[in-house]
Design a protein. Structure first.
Length: 417
């Protein structure tokens, strides 16, 4: 499908502008990384604790911060979670970075966060478990053991059904947070006796711990190491494939362009303060494959045109190849970009970093295919021809023309492999 008819843009004539833009973006990203002391890693790559807390009302960030500081956790990071799809999520994530050497120390950090929250919001240091954190199985076991409905030994199945109804009401109807046991009377099969038993055994308040993630130092270091190796192995494998399928210079240009894409994307992460997590690594690997595919499409068209335009200058062949694939590039990249943009806007906090990496990566990856990878191949081709044409006088000029033809013939021969 061709949206633009005959396009005749001189892409290689503007290569210096593309390179200048890339150098500028790389410098800005590099300066940001240096000024901030490195990239900001998520809990996946550094030891620490993440506690997800949901509140009945809008989270009072200042009050949370004061309560944590009172427990010696002033260095904790507090981030509100919300998006267009669910602007009233009333949830925050508290990140406590710990240079601990044991799981026990990390568990202690979690307990300190919970203590700070309970004291800050008037729930005290209760020894009762939180009803909002209890699973359906835990509720079923408690009800069966307590037997508030006097069902006897045969009441296990009925209590399991009742516990499931309680958990579903809490999670679906109350958004995971019950602030009063009286609300549970709306659940079918729950009476005053059941509510009284739950009130004696559990506690509720105006917040609930929805999830806790703990990563130890060994796991964080191992994940960082594996992320680097996975990315490098992916690039190395693609280099070998393209070198075999086309010619080594094509593989080198494609890998350098993809490496350029990853560095610019990481620079944007540093500038805007996004965290590098396991999902971001997955997005970067997706970006590597996507950008490489777009580059291969252009290289394949260059190979085809080299057979048909042997007497044309190589930059003209590259320009025509890019122009011929322009509609395909805009169609595929444009639709993919719109998809990940919607994911970035509507996907929520959990997918925010992942989708942001894809939004930036698709734009940069599409641009680098014709703005970085193709000019590299042209520059190498011209350098090779000039090197073969070294000499003086008219003989040198004739030799230069012969070298140019030889370069194109070599390219055509390589394309037939």
């Amino acid at each position: 499908m061709n949206f633009f008819g005959e396009v005749n843009l001189d892409w290689m004539g503007k290569a210096k502008y593309f390179i200048g833009l890339s150098v500028t973006l790389l410098l800005i990203g590099g300066i940001s990384v240096v000024k901030k002391g490195g990239l900001r890693y998520g809990i996946d790559f550094k030891e620490g604790t993440l506690v997800y807390v949901r509140f009945a009302q809008k989270p009072p960030i200042d009050q949370i911060r004061q309560g944590l500081a009172a427990q010696g956790l002033g260095g904790s990071t507090i981030q509100a979670i919300g998006d267009i799809a669910n602007p009233n999520a009333n949830e925050v994530v508290i990140e406590l970075e710990q240079k601990a050497q044991s799981t026990e120390a990390l568990d202690a950090g979690k307990a300190t966060i919970l203590k700070a929250l309970r004291q800050s919001f008037g729930q005290g240091d209760s020894s009762k478990p939180d009803f909002n954190s209890a699973s359906a199985n835990a509720l079923s076991e408690f009800l069966t053991r307590r037997d508030p409905l006097a069902l006897g030994p045969t009441g296990g199945e009925r209590y399991a059904q009742l516990a499931k109804k309680l958990a579903d009401y809490r999670d679906k109807n109350r958004n995971g947070l019950v602030t009063s046991f009286e609300d549970l009377k709306k659940v079918e099969g729950v009476n005053d006796t059941v509510v009284g038993a739950l009130r004696e055994a559990y506690s509720v308040g105006n917040f609930a711990i929805r999830d806790v993630e703990i990563v130890g130092p060994k796991v964080g270091a191992e994940l960082r190491k594996q992320a680097v190796w996975v990315t490098l192995l992916a690039l190395g494998g693609m280099l070998l494939y393209i070198a075999f399928r086309f010619e080594w210079v094509y593989g080198a240009a494609a890998v350098l362009a993809v490496f350029h894409d990853v560095l610019i994307t990481l620079g944007f992460f540093s500038l805007l303060g996004f965290e590098i997590s396991l999902t971001v690594i997955a997005a970067l690997l997706t970006l590597v494959g996507y950008s490489m595919n777009d580059t291969i499409v252009i290289f394949d068209r260059i190979r085809e045109n080299s057979r048909l335009m042997r007497r044309e200058p190589f930059p003209a062949i590259v320009n025509r190849s890019i122009n011929q694939t322009l509609s395909r590039t805009i169609l595929t990249s444009g639709l993919t970009f719109l998809t990940v943009l919607v994911l970035f806007v509507m996907g929520g906090q959990v997918l925010r970093s992942f989708s942001f990496a894809l939004v930036v990566g698709i734009v940069v990856g599409t641009y680098s295919s014709f703005g970085i990878a193709a000019p590299m191949v042209v520059a190498w081709n011209q350098w090779r021809g000039q090197g073969a044409a070294a000499g003086t006088g008219s003989a040198a000029g004739a030799k230069g023309r012969g070298a140019g033809e030889t370069a194109n013939n070599r390219l055509a021969a390589a394309s037939r492999r």
